[in-house]
Ligand binder design. Structure first.
Ligand SMILES: [Zn+2]
Length: 284
């Protein structure tokens, strides 16, 4: 039986690089933990013959170029998650331009191929950010969560008709799923929410989303699969729970997900997002 397909994405960064509590000038003080987790993730993807898009932080890529090359050589897509994981709306337009330029150059040097996709740290994209992405040669962004639930997400859109839509002639958006439950619109793409929701409910949400004919974009961080990561004791109760809840079970849950759904990278699903020439009609 053919498995239903989902778009599988990874925000490739480590537990201390989200920039919210540990600033970049002390990142070098911490040991990177993501390498062995990424190896296990790659094995899991290979086992179920899945591909994924890895939105990679430039700083991480500089530290682990061989890992990034390996991911690419195993048939996955490498895209940008910026260089320093700073929230887009906290930067000036020129700072943002510099950040994405650096990340793009670092990644392109490592894999020897063009980088086309971008995902903003904490989904913090802005309208001027989208314009700069286009100017810097990106073909798609995947940073919009049409939900008002999260404290960090951009409020750029609170609803979208179809997850994949053109922002301009050259730049497309592939937005994240947010499930309408009563009046609430809950983020359903993954990350902490994947750990938080029981699997039976989570997969039911994916099925419901897919049955409406829309592509489902899943995402996960290596640290979502790292029960041994150091705990940041100063986090508030809410942030502490969101960050550490369900870590022990997450890898098992992920294996279940990949057994049930066929994961594919963004450009495998939508090859036109890799090329300058876009078809007149896009089959969604
Ligand atoms: Zn991130």
């Amino acid at each position: 039986m053919l498995k239903p397909e989902i778009i599988f994405t990874v925000d490739l960064e480590d537990w201390f690089t989200d920039g919210r509590h540990i600033t970049m000038n002390s990142w070098n003080d911490y040991e990177l933990r993501l390498e062995s987790i990424v190896h296990r993730l790659l094995e899991l993807l290979a086992l179920y013959r899945c591909t994924g898009t890895f939105f990679t932080l430039g700083w991480i890529a500089r530290k682990r170029p061989r890992l990034i090359r390996l991911i690419y050589e195993m048939g996955h897509e490498i895209a940008s998650h910026g260089y320093a994981h700073e929230l887009v709306y906290m930067l000036s337009p020129s700072q943002f331009r510099q950040d994405i330029k650096t990340s793009k150059e670092v990644l392109e040097d490592i894999i020897g191929a063009r980088i086309r996709g971008y995902r903003a740290p904490c989904f913090s994209i802005t309208d001027w950010g989208l314009q700069i992405l286009e100017e810097e040669g990106f073909y798609y962004d995947s940073s919009i969560v049409p939900s008002t639930y999260h404290d960090m997400y951009s409020r750029l859109y609170t609803s979208v008709e179809h997850p994949l839509f053109p922002i301009s002639m050259q730049l497309w958006e592939l937005s994240m799923p947010a499930l309408g439950i009563g009046r609430a619109k809950l983020p359903w793409g993954g990350g902490g929410f994947f750990r938080l929701y029981p699997y039976s409910i989570y997969q039911y949400g994916i099925q419901a989303w897919l049955s409406s004919g829309k592509p489902f974009v899943f995402y996960i961080h290596p640290y979502d699969l790292d029960p041994g990561q150091p705990r940041q004791a100063h986090l508030s109760g809410y942030h502490y729970t969101r960050r550490y809840y369900g870590l022990q079970r997450a890898e098992h849950k992920l294996a279940k997900l990949l057994k049930q759904f066929k994961g594919r990278s963004i450009v495998e699903c939508y090859p036109f997002l890799q090329h300058r020439e876009q078809p007149k009609r896009v089959t969604l």
